[in-house]
Write a protein of this length. Sequence first.
Length: 105
Amino acid sequence: MAEYSVKRPLKRAPVHPGEILREDVLPSLELSVSEVARRLGVSRQQLHRVLACTHPVTIEMALRIGKLVGNGPGLWLRLQQACDLWRVEQSLKDELEEIRPAGIK
């Protein structure tokens, strides 16, 4: 399968990992949020904040989710990194345009 490069900056925000967890993963597990939180060893409130996309997936949470669903932490961290990078690029857009790459006079 060929790899495709992503052009930066993206026009819209990447999907938050909490949305993927909420919309795709949890329904396929057929577990309640309470049961998933219990298995992850976190509070329901903490899990709800991730599912509501108001809080990031931390390294610790990525380790827990990756273990629960069997795909490891890397995917969850990359998804969160894409969201974080997009958000910060948007907030620094004007400042970044003023920076000239090294070697260009």
